[in-house]
Design a binder for this molecule. Structure first.
Ligand code: GDP
Ligand code: CA
Length: 320
């Protein structure tokens, strides 16, 4: 079975790990979000691609869900001693090797997709990991200025990591998205899939940018395969992270049904957590087959059960 997933970082990769446990022989293509990418100390960092790669390659720091297991911060400490900015984003020592290699290959002219493939040669994540685009796209967040009334746009990472999404986002802007082209293989993976999955990733800043790459949303909408998604929102709140702040910025209610509505044009099926079973009728009224199931990824087995539930739902809508 060919499964194509559109994934962000932690929520996406934990789900994918469950998917591989549930269906070990599935051919999985992951279209990863690259709008979180940022250049730090001259290094090209791709947080979501790396989270998928490290998690599926068994190299992730499980306690935080991102970064390299057991990493240290000698380089970051030295940079801080120089007073080098930004200080709010710490790169681990082991992690830096990944960014050095990525930056070196990009500088030599390789596209991000080729670089990602090369990095995955080491990690063997068990999926084909494609960046959504080889072009530069960055999520910026427009916030009120400091006292002068002037709005300013800051990189998503600064809003998320430094400001903890506490400063209200007036708008979320995907810089570069209009010129971006899907990376090689992305549209084919969507068209050739037997099932297309939206894991419980951030709908605004993870799945949103992937679908916003020109051509991707249309490809998903016209694909022959059922499109099923899992809610990242349980009981009216994100399971972790600050997706509520991002949803509020685009005027979408922080609820399992609210997120389903955001993707209503492409979803055939939607899973909500058992505690949100009362949302099922509203989602079904929007023409999306909806089921309630436990959606907390407490361990890999729980994520595997979620993957099975998603594929069961895909079969159900396919038979319709
Ligand atoms: P990020 O790029 O690291 O922020 O990761 P993603 O975009 O892939 O996923 C973030 C989303 O995952 C957040 O909105 C969380 O609510 C959601 N999430 C994290 N853990 C779980 C879980 O166990 N169950 C569900 N349903 N959602 C989760
Ligand atoms: Ca991310």
């Amino acid at each position: 079975m060919r499964i194509t997933a559109l994934a962000g970082g932690i929520g996406g990769s934990r789900f994918l790990r469950g998917l591989l446990r549930a269906i070990p022989d599935a051919e999985v293509t992951v279209v990863g979000n690259t709008a979180d990418d940022i250049t730090l100390h001259g290094l090209h960092v791709s947080p979501d691609l790396d989270t998928v790669m490290y998690t599926l390659g068994d190299g992730v720091e499980e306690s935080q869900g991102w970064g390299r297991r057991g990493d240290t911060s000698a380089v970051a400490d030295e940079l801080a001693a120089y007073g080098a900015e930004p200080r709010w984003f710490t790169l681990g020592d082991r992690d830096i090797a990944t960014h050095l290699l990525r930056t070196r290959m990009l500088t030599a002219g390789y596209p991000l997709s080729a670089v990602t493939e090369a990095l995955c040669d080491r990690w063997r994540p068990g999926v084909r990991l494609l960046p959504m685009t080889d072009d530069r796209v960055e999520t910026h967040v427009v916030v009120a200025g400091d006292g002068d009334g002037q709005e300013r746009a800051i990189h998503f990472q600064e809003w998320w990591v430094r400001l903890h999404a506490k400063v209200p986002a007036r708008r979320i802007v995907l810089v570069g998205i209009e010129q971006a082209k899907p990376a090689p293989g992305v549209l084919d993976a969507v068209a050739a899939a037997d099932v297309i999955v939206l894991p419980p990733s951030n709908p605004v800043v993870s799945i949103g940018p992937i679908l916003s790459v020109p051509g991707v949303r249309d490809a998903v909408t016209v694909a022959g395969a059922p499109v099923v998604g899992l809610s990242p929102i349980i009981g009216g709140a994100p399971v972790r992270g600050m997706a509520d702040a991002a949803l509020t910025a685009i005027g979408v209610p922080t609820s399992a049904a609210g997120v389903a509505e955001l993707f209503a044009d492409l979803l055939d099926g939607w899973l909500v957590d058992s505690t949100d079973a009362d949302a099922v009728p509203a989602v079904e009224a929007a023409g999306i087959r909806c089921r309630a199931a436990p959606l907390l990824m407490t361990d890999v087995d729980a994520a595997a059960a979620m993957a099975r539930a998603a594929l069961d739902l895909a079969e159900e809508v396919r038979a319709r």
